[in-house]
Ligand binder design. Structure first.
Ligand SMILES: [Zn+2]
Length: 103
C-alpha cells in the first residue's frame, strides 16, 4: 500500500480498500462489490448490511460509505490492514448471535 493521500476521497485510497483480499464481497452476506465499510470490522459491507449495522448504534458500529464519506489516511490504513478475508476468519470463530450484540 503506497498510495499518496492528500485530499478526501482519494481514488487510489478507495481502490486500495476495494482490492484488499476478500473485499469484493460483502463480509456479512457475500453480495458483490460492497460500497460501505464497517470500521469496527475493518471490512467492506453492502448497503443493506450497512443499514443493519447503522441501526445497532453509531457508537458501536461505525459505518462509512466508500463513495460519500471522507477517508482520512488512518482509516484507510485500518481498512487495508484488515479486510474481509481476515475479518471473516475472526467472525467465524465467534458465535453469530453473540457477535450481533457486540457489533
Ligand atoms: Zn451484505
Amino acid at each position: 500500500f503506497q498510495a499518496r493521500l492528500g485530499s478526501h476521497g482519494d481514488a487510489t485510497a478507495l481502490q486500495s480498500m476495494r482490492t484488499v483480499r476478500g473485499n469484493s464481497f460483502c463480509v456479512d452476506c457475500d453480495a458483490p462489490n460492497p460500497d460501505w465499510a464497517s470500521l469496527n470490522l475493518g471490512a467492506l459491507i453492502c448497503i443493506e448490511c450497512s443499514g443493519i449495522h447503522r441501526n445497532l448504534g453509531t457508537h458501536l458500529s461505525r459505518v462509512r460509505s466508500l463513495d460519500l464519506d471522507d477517508w482520512p489516511l488512518e482509516l484507510v490504513m485500518v481498512m487495508t490492514a484488515i479486510g474481509n478475508a481476515l475479518a471473516n476468519s475472526v467472525l467465524t470463530s465467534i458465535p453469530r448471535k453473540i457477535l450481533k450484540k457486540i457489533i
